[in-house]
Design a binder for this molecule. Structure first.
Ligand SMILES: Nc1ncnc2c1ncn2[C@@H]1O[C@H](COP(=O)(O)OP(=O)(O)OP(=O)(O)O)[C@@H](O)[C@H]1O
Ligand SMILES: [Mg+2]
Length: 307
């Protein structure tokens, strides 16, 4: 349904997107997970024809986006990262306005607005001005606006940023229902819990590149099945921590004062602790972490995903 090949886009010296390729099947939710500035919005903006790439190709439903932009635009809905609604107008008026831009006939549009307001759970507030809405409610109206023309593909760019927990759950339910109706969805976020819950496949994106992609299981396999034992040291004695890493018979990674060791906590911990005391290192904290996307991200980029 979506085929992206070797996309690149620079802004001056910044390579915002640097050779991204992926294929998304009909009905899939594909997650773009990455930290601030990774290139998620730039990718979405190219896919929705707002930006032209410097190089690379985009096909939507087997159609070249840049040679047949108008027909492609009909099948895509965009929920941009920045909320774009008219504050003084009501929810209903906003949706009417956007529907008219798409050229939807009035009667059909009114029915559609009614259905969508029900769908996003905001029928009761439809007459209120957008300026009286919470961030999460505005976000839901933005989603409705993107669905007015019944697109086949939906781009959601960080739809839960600045959203209260209740609206967040509501947005998850909306996305899950849209999937069940057969929409193909790209979902960008820097929250790993969201892609873990919603996405069929995930691309981990950093500095304009996809550093890993696959299902959650496939990505977790990249760091192995084992639990991680994370030792936080009281000292920042980098040399000793390095030394410990080299003498440990297990795979390990260092970040700041922490050493993340891939081993069996029931079987191997004693051996680890023996080596720690041999080097006169003292432990400030110890944690056991099941493989998760945060770990995968760290493994692939050497950086923490969290801000
Ligand atoms: N219009 C622009 N002009 C100049 N630089 C830009 C522009 N848009 C994006 N960039 C730069 O391109 C890089 C990627 O930005 P992008 O907005 O795609 O990241 P992102 O992954 O969406 O980040 P965030 O999570 O903060 O939304 C950043 O370094 C950013 O500063
Ligand atoms: Mg962004």
């Amino acid at each position: 349904m979506i085929k992206v090949d070797q996309l690149t886009k620079s802004f001056g010296k910044i390579k915002a997107v640097n050779g991204i390729s992926f294929n998304i099947n009909k009905g899939e939710i594909y997650g773009l997970l990455g930290p601030n500035g990774a290139g998620k919005s730039t990718t979405i903006n190219m896919l929705s024809s707002l930006f032209k790439p410097d190089s690379g190709t985009i096909h939507l439903n087997n159609t070249d986006l840049f040679s047949e932009t108008n027909s492609c635009k009909k099948i895509i809905g965009i929920v941009p990262q920045e909320i774009s609604l008219y504050d003084e107008l009501s929810a209903e008026e906003n949706l009417f306005f956007f529907g008219k831009i798409y050229g939807i006939p009035t009667k059909k549009l009114k029915n559609k607005i009614h259905d969508l307001l029900e769908f996003i759970g905001l029928s009761g507030r439809k007459k209120d001005a957008i300026k009286t809405y919470s961030g999460g409610m505005k976000r839901r109206i933005n989603i409705a606006a993107a669905l007015l023309h019944e697109p086949k593909i939906l781009f959601l760019d960080e739809p839960t940023v600045g959203v209260d927990p209740q609206s967040r759950n509501r947005i998850f339910e909306i996305v899950e229902r849209l999937k069940s109706e057969g929409l193909t969805i790209i979902y960008t976020t820097h929250y790993m819990e969201e892609v873990e819950r919603l996405c069929d496949r995930i691309a981990i994106i950093d500095e304009g590149k996809i550093v890993g992609q696959g299902t959650l299981e496939e990505l977790k396999k990249m760091i192995g099945e084992k639990e991680i034992v994370e030792l936080d040291f009281a000292t920042s004695d980098k040399e000793k921590i390095e030394e410990l890493k080299t003498i440990l018979p297990f795979e390990a990674e260092i970040t700041n004062n922490k050493l993340a060791i891939k081993c069996d906590k029931n079987k191997d911990l004693k051996e680890v602790l023996n080596l720690v005391s041999k080097l006169n290192l003292s432990i400030a904290d110890i944690d056991f972490v099941a493989p998760n996307l945060e770990r995968v991200f760290l493994h692939l980029t050497g950086k923490e995903l969290r801000d």
